[in-house]
Design a protein around this ligand. Structure first.
Ligand SMILES: NC(=O)c1ccc[n+]([C@@H]2O[C@H](COP(=O)([O-])OP(=O)(O)OC[C@H]3O[C@@H](n4cnc5c(N)ncnc54)[C@H](O)[C@@H]3O)[C@@H](O)[C@H]2O)c1
Length: 316
């Protein structure tokens, strides 16, 4: 993508900052973020080089979004309260950002003449499915308030496309990991939590028996999927994953291998609202978007570990 005006909501977050860094190379980028989970440190290099405009505000603020989207070609809508357990304990906050926020973004995009909104949806919309891998035509049965907000966001995207002709596409991300992901929050995802523990010499905290599986997807693949989706004619929903399934124990082993450590684990109770297995069928994204993941789990983990080590050296 070149010489476009783009907006990244949630651009100071993990995926948003990786996406903004790529877009900045050849495009004019505006980041909108309320810095609830996003961090200035994620985008400090971009701010320092003067290659982004940063607007501090909420995606629920319609006037602010209309101002932010003025003249934009594409909006990459990443902002959300992105945690299953957080949504179980505080569903209203998750709903505000996820449903009201997404509706506001769509209205502002429609009224500002934006060509396309690319919406960050989630594999959690499926819930447990009888068969794997999960395909876009399977019935969705969300198991958490977070997943409900993502499914509602997808429907709003479709309705805005059908009613108002706004270009929309929803990408169902499967367990994204990579540089810039927060390892320390109470709601940290499993990859950064495990890498952080391993670098501190601690055992991996495994929820449940560790045989639950996920489709771990390297963030650079997700960034590429966003760019492909924006410039394609595609609308509707697309799985974005690595297209392979890994158990949590296998993940712990891979991280240990990359770090050259013996694997040690402690087992904790399973987390409520979590699905047992997740695995993406990515044929539709391949066919319509030309999306093919480029990173194996080991390559992605090695790159992520490298980044974590660099951060440790900078701090220590
Ligand atoms: N990380 C994953 O594995 C994964 C999987 C599926 C879907 N997603 C989705 O991808 C998107 C990005 O997730 P992430 O992992 O980078 O999380 P993140 O918490 O790092 O990023 C979310 C960003 O949104 C911002 N934000 C939250 N509420 C906002 C509001 N009301 N207004 C403006 N900004 C707001 C936060 O400050 C943060 O910068 C989210 O929509 C998430 O639901 C992520």
């Amino acid at each position: 993508m070149r010489r476009k005006k783009v907006v990244v909501t949630g651009g100071a977050g993990f995926i948003g900052s990786n996406l903004s860094a790529e877009l900045c190379k050849d495009n004019e980028v505006t980041i909108v973020d309320n810095f609830s989970t996003g961090k200035e440190s994620n985008i400090k290099d971009l701010i320092g080089s003067g290659s982004v405009r940063v607007l501090r505000g909420s995606v629920t603020d319609l006037e602010a979004m209309k101002a932010a989207f003025k003249g934009a070609d594409y909006v990459f809508h990443q902002a959300a309260v992105p945690s299953v357990p957080r949504s179980v304990s505080d569903p209203i906050k998750t709903n505000d950002a996820g449903v009201t926020g997404t509706l506001t973004v769509l209205i502002a995009a429609r009224d500002s003449g934006v060509e396309k909104v690319v919406f960050a949806s989630s594999s959690s919309v499926y819930g447990e499915t009888a068969t794997l891998p999960k395909r876009e035509d399977m019935e969705c049965r969300p198991m958490s308030p977070y997943a409900v907000t993502k499914l509602a966001g997808e429907h709003y995207c479709r309705v805005f496309n059908e009613l108002y002709g706004l270009g929309t596409v929803a990408l169902r991300y499967f367990n994204v990991y990579g540089p810039m992901q927060d390892p320390r929050s109470e709601y940290a995802a499993v990859v950064p939590r495990f890498i952080d523990c391993a670098l501190r010499g601690e055992a991996f905290p495994i929820n449940g028996d560790g045989l639950q599986s996920r489709d771990f997807t390297f963030v650079k693949d997700v960034v590429r999927a966003n760019l492909l989706a924006a410039e394609s004619k595609a609308t509707g929903v697309y799985n974005i994953g690595a297209g392979r399934r890994t158990t949590v124990i296998e993940l712990a082993k891979t991280i240990s291998e990359v770090l050259g450590l013996e694997m040690r684990a402690i087992h904790l109770p399973p987390r409520p609202g979590d699905v047992r297995d997740s695995w993406a069928d990515i044929m539709k994204a391949k066919r319509d978007l030309g999306f093919v993941p480029a990173f194996s789990l080991k390559e992605g983990i090695a790159k992520t570990v490298e980044w974590f080590k660099r951060q440790k050296n900078l701090v220590g």
